[in-house]
Structure formats: structure tokens, C-alpha cells
Write a protein that binds this ligand. Structure first.
Ligand code: ADP
Length: 580
């Protein structure tokens, strides 16, 4: 019952399975104890009825009082146990699942995040786990425990009087068949509601992220309308889902309760024909109330269980996604980066084909080419942010696809266009470059990256908080923080996306000075945008439509008649802004 498939279906950890088993066990015990209470009631009734009908002596109350007390004590103990295993343990499980999900996400290749966006993943870690938590704590143990206890009680009833037992119990399987029959509809509704919910989160995230652009272009009304429509649709799908579920759950509950009517009808006719006495019917009627009670709770939750399987599916999809694995050690012979016949596709669209070039240690290799030609992709692949589909990339003779990405990245510094800053001080943002760096080291790197000049103007210097994603800083300042991080890390390979087109001349010189300090002696792969960098590079790789079109030193390439590089430089020198 609680095998591997069950574990996957509800995304349970091994501990979760153990908890569910315990929860089921204690639910069985609780249900049987409660049924025992009904037995005491039956005994009392039959003794007192005998006084009225057969003129027997009044029984001693003390026996019953003791029985009731024993029942109460047992009931409290078993309920407490059930509570502890079904609710108490589940919170630990939730924490374990969230942490293991986060750990898993950390190991997934970046390509995965293109398939499932941030709102979607957040929804899984928070929403889906919440939904599952409710199922783990409120449903699984209760439902499976009730299956077992009802089966036990049903067998006893069948032995006692099979006709009455069938009259009592026929509704239970029929109700479940009805609910299981509606499972497909419930799931489909749930999938639609979920997709609509993700759309709403996406819409809110998009609006917040682009709030400045939206205001600047006076598009508030349009954005709000789109968002409103998404929310309305989500509400509609939720209502429709609830309505469908409600209809089936209530119909199932009513059918189950029809058992009371059939028991009374069958019981009365059996009494009239003299096959049973009134007390037997009374016992069955008592039992019936207890049989339905746990199912009533379970029925209300069963729809949630079906829906939770979708959440579990989304969770399992994260667990099942292929992580980028590899060796935990990386000891290359030097840091030359060699691309050999590299082919790569983000989804199905081939972006790079047969790309081969070498970026030598101690040299600056500039990637040049029109927008969309694959420069950034090459830089990302060089750091194994994605895995390539053809060919190989080697660093110091070692194929990087054999090295654990986290280990590999200790040898890389990346200064990319989109500098990510955290809502912390300037100091701590720089310290991210190397965990555990001392204040002196951080300040030295900051000074070398020309951060002093702007940091000194901030109210608390390097201790100034810089707001979420560094909104208080200019583009050039953000970039210098990013360079300071890289200087602090002092990794042998530097990947640089040099987008300084938006900086003013003074800033550009400052950034340039900081960069030349960073790059000295390293293997540098730069996505070049500026003439100066390209001219100063030791080697240029011209990419065009995902292939290497030209390769060589700037002088060599400039000499090439009809060469792409030569044509681009001529064009760019003629225009005011220099951007390739
Ligand atoms: P460049 O840096 O030269 O402008 P890129 O390497 O960014 O070029 O892009 C090369 C091609 O890959 C483009 O067609 C671009 O649309 C596509 N591309 C880039 N990043 C992604 C991504 N994350 N998912 C899918 N396609 C992408």
C-alpha cells in the first residue's frame, strides 16, 4: 500500500512514508477505540432494556462508570498519539522537503530555469508544498486508517448479520466509486486553476519589475487591465473547480448516508419476521454513525488529495530534472580554454555550430559579432552554466563537463551586464566575491576597482545599504562593485561582458582602469562592445550566426580584404556610439 509509487504520488520523503504509516496505524486504533465506546453504550442499553422488558434487576452502575472512564483514558491517549504523528511530525517533513528542493534547484543547470520561470518555481516551493502539507497531515493517515478500520468493522458486522451489514455498508464503496470516477475532472480543473494562478503571479511580478517603464510610457491602465483579466479568470477557474468538487463530494456523502435508511428498512423487516431483535438493529445503527464519521472527513479531503497529486507531480519534476554532476576536484594544467567543435541549442533552436577556438592564459580573447550571433552563449558555456550538446570545452586539458559546476566556478570570475546586487551594504555586496574575506581585503579590492570615489559620497560609506538590487547606484557604480567582487575572488579565468555603452566617459575610464587591474595575467574571455578593448585584445574571435567566421589578432583581421571584422570596424568608427 505504501510502496514507491505511493511515495512518488504524494512526493513523500522516506521519513514522510514512515510518518504516514504511523498516522494510519494510530487512526485505525482511534477508530476501533471509538467503536469500542459504541460497544459500551450498547452493553448499557441492553442491560437497562432487559430491566424494562424482562423485569431483570437494575445493573450496578459502578461497572459502567469504570468502563466509561477506561474508555475515556484510552480515547485521550490514542487521540494524542494520532495527533502527534499526523500533525506534529509533518512540520519537520515540510521543512525537510523545502530545504531539499532548494538544494536541488541550486544544482540544476541554468537551462532548467528557462523552462520553469521564477514565479512557477516559487509557487512550487511555497504553494505546492503547503497543499501537500495539508494532505500529509489531514488526509493520508485518516483516509487509509479509515479504510482499514472500516474493513475490520465490516468483517465483524458481516459475521454477525450479513444482511444488515450489507444494508449498512453498500453506500461506502458506491460513494468512493463516484469520487474516483470524478478524479479526472478534479485533476483537470486543478491543472487549469494552477496554470491560471501562475499567470497571476507572473503578471504581478512582471508589473512590479517593469513599474518604471510602465509609468514612463503611461501604460498603467493597459497593464492593470491585463492583470485584472488574469485575476478574474483565476477566480472563475477556482469557483468552477470548487463547484464540481462540491457536487461530487456532497453526492457521495448523501449516497453513503442512504445506508441509514436501508439499514432501518432491512432491520425492521428482519425484526418483523423474527430473525433479529430490536437490540441488534440498535447496535447496527450505533455502528453506522461511527463508520460514516471518519469517511465524512476523508471525503471532504479526497478531492484535495486528487489535486495534491498535481502538486506532487510538479515537485517530483524538480527532483527528476537532470542535475549537472561532476568531480569535486578540479586541478587543470594551466587555464587555457579550448572550444572544440562545440554545438549548442537552448531548446530546439541550434545557436552554436562547430565552434572551435582557444582562449589562452594570460591573454585577452575578444568575442565579436552581431547581436544574436552567440557571444554571450559562448561565455556562459565556458563556465558550464549550460551543458553543450556537441563537441567539448576543455580548461587546462580537463573537459569541463566532467567537473561539478560549483567546483568549476571557483576558478571563474564573471563580470556580466546584469550585475545582481543584494539588499545589503556596499561592503557585504563586494564580500560576496569571496566568502570569509576580511574587511581589509574587501576594502583593498574596492579601492582597486575604483569604488572609493562613489562609496565615500554615500552617507555611511561602505556601510551604506544599497537598496533592493542596488537601485540607488548608477550603472557604472554597479559594474565597479561587480569588478571589485571579481578582484577579491582573484580567479584565474575572467569572463567579461563589457557593456559600457550606457556609461559616461569619466565612468568608462574608471571602469577601464579597474578592469585592467582585474585582467592582468588571467585567461580573459570578453564579449567586446568597445573599439578600445577589441584593439587591445590579443586575439579576436568573430562569431556570425553561431559559427566562427574569423579568428586572429586585430592586426591580422584588419588586413583581411572583405573580412567581417574589417567591415564592422569601418562601420563602427563611422558612427558615433561604438557598439558591435
Ligand atoms: P549575443 O551575445 O551574440 O547577442 P546570444 O548568445 O545572447 O548572442 O544569443 C544567441 C542566440 O541564442 C539568439 O538567437 C538568442 O535569441 C538565443 N538565446 C540567448 N539566450 C537564450 C535563452 N536563455 N534561451 C533561449 N534562447 C536564447
Amino acid at each position: 500500500m505504501f510502496g514507491k509509487e505511493f511515495q512518488r504520488k504524494y512526493a513523500l520523503t522516506d521519513q514522510g512514508i514512515r510518518n504516514t504509516k504511523q498516522g494510519t496505524f494510530w487512526t485505525v486504533i482511534v477508530n476501533l477505540v471509538v467503536m469500542g465506546g459504541m460497544g459500551i453504550l450498547y452493553l448499557m442499553m441492553s442491560e437497562y432494556m432487559a430491566v424494562l422488558t424482562d423485569g431483570k434487576e437494575l445493573p450496578k452502575a459502578v461497572t459502567f462508570i469504570l468502563l466509561v472512564l477506561a474508555f475515556l483514558v484510552l480515547s485521550i491517549i490514542t487521540h494524542l498519539q494520532q495527533y502527534q504523528v499526523t500533525y506534529g511530525l509533518v512540520y519537520g517533513e515540510v521543512k525537510a522537503v523545502r530545504l531539499s528542493l532548494a538544494e536541488r534547484l541550486r544544482k540544476l543547470p541554468l537551462g532548467y530555469f528557462g523552462k520553469r520561470d521564477l514565479a512557477d518555481l516559487t509557487e512550487t516551493i511555497m504553494g505546492d508544498v503547503n497543499r501537500l502539507e495539508h494532505v500529509w497531515s489531514h488526509c493520508l493517515g485518516y483516509l487509509y486508517g479509515s479504510y482499514i478500520s472500516t474493513a475490520i468493522i465490516a468483517v465483524c458486522m458481516l459475521f454477525y448479520n450479513w444482511r444488515l451489514a450489507i444494508a449498512c455498508l453498500w453506500g461506502v464503496p458506491v460513494a468512493f466509486i463516484l469520487l474516483f470516477g470524478s478524479r479526472k475532472l478534479t485533476r483537470r480543473n486543478s491543472e487549469i486553476t494552477k496554470a491560471a494562478g501562475v499567470q497571476v503571479s507572473d503578471g504581478i511580478q512582471e508589473t512590479l519589475e517593469n513599474i518604471r517603464e510602465i509609468r514612463a510610457t503611461n501604460q498603467e491602465d493597459r497593464f492593470l487591465k491585463v492583470l485584472n483579466d488574469k485575476i478574474d479568470y483565476h477566480e472563475k477557474t477556482m469557483l468552477r473547480g470548487e463547484l464540481h468538487t462540491g457536487i461530487f463530494v456532497n453526492a457521495a456523502s448523501v449516497i453513503m448516508r442512504l445506508g441509514v435508511a436501508t439499514t432501518i428498512l432491512t432491520g425492521t423487516s428482519l425484526i418483523l419476521s423474527g430473525q433479529i431483535d430490536f437490540m441488534t438493529l440498535f447496535m447496527f445503527l450505533l455502528a453506522i454513525t461511527r463508520i460514516y464519521a471518519p469517511f465524512d472527513q476523508a471525503l471532504a479531503l479526497i478531492a484535495e488529495m486528487f489535486m495534491s497529486q498535481i502538486s506532487a507531480g510538479r515537485l517530483m519534476e524538480i527532483y527528476d530534472a537532470k542535475t549537472a554532476e561532476g568531480a569535486d576536484t578540479f586541478a587543470p594544467a594551466g587555464h587555457d580554454i579550448v572550444f572544440e567543435n562545440v554545438g549548442f541549442a537552448y531548446d530546439n533552436e541550434q545557436v552554436l555550430r562547430g565552434v572551435s577556438f582557444t582562449a589562452k592564459e594570460g591573454e585577452v580573447t575578444a568575442l565579436v559579432g552581431p547581436s544574436g550571433s552567440g557571444k554571450s552563449t559562448c561565455a556562459r558555456l565556458a563556465a558550464r552554466l549550460w551543458d553543450i550538446t556537441e563537441g567539448s570545452i576543455r580548461v587546462g586539458g580537463i573537459d569541463i563537463s566532467t567537473v561539478d559546476p560549483e567546483t568549476l566556478l571557483t576558478d571563474y570570475s564573471m563580470v556580466f551586464q546584469d550585475v545582481v546586487l543584494f539588499d545589503d551594504t556596499v561592503m557585504e555586496n563586494i564580500r560576496l566575491g569571496r566568502h570569509g574575506a576580511t574587511d581589509e581585503e574587501v576594502l583593498a579590492a574596492a579601492a582597486a576597482a575604483n569604488c572609493d570615489e562613489f562609496a565615500e559620497k554615500l552617507p555611511q560609506g561602505y556601510a551604506t545599504p544599497i537598496g533592493e538590487n542596488g537601485t540607488k547606484l548608477s550603472g557604472g557604480e554597479r559594474q565597479r562593485i561587480s569588478i571589485a567582487r571579481a578582484l577579491l575572488k582573484n580567479a584565474p579565468i575572467v569572463l567579461l561582458d563589457e557593456a559600457t555603452a550606457s556609461l559616461d566617459v569619466e565612468n568608462e575610464t574608471k571602469v577601464q582602469e579597474a578592469l585592467s587591474r582585474l585582467l592582468a595575467g588571467k585567461t580573459v574571455l570578453v564579449i567586446a562592445h568597445r573599439m578600445r578593448t577589441v584593439e587591445a585584445a590579443d586575439k579576436i574571435v568573430v562569431l556570425s550566426d553561431g559559427r566562427v567566421a574569423e579568428e586572429g589578432s586585430p592586426e591580422e583581421l584588419l588586413k583581411k580584404e572583405n573580412g567581417i571584422f574589417r567591415r564592422m570596424t569601418q562601420l563602427q568608427s563611422a558612427s558615433a556610439g561604438w557598439s558591435i
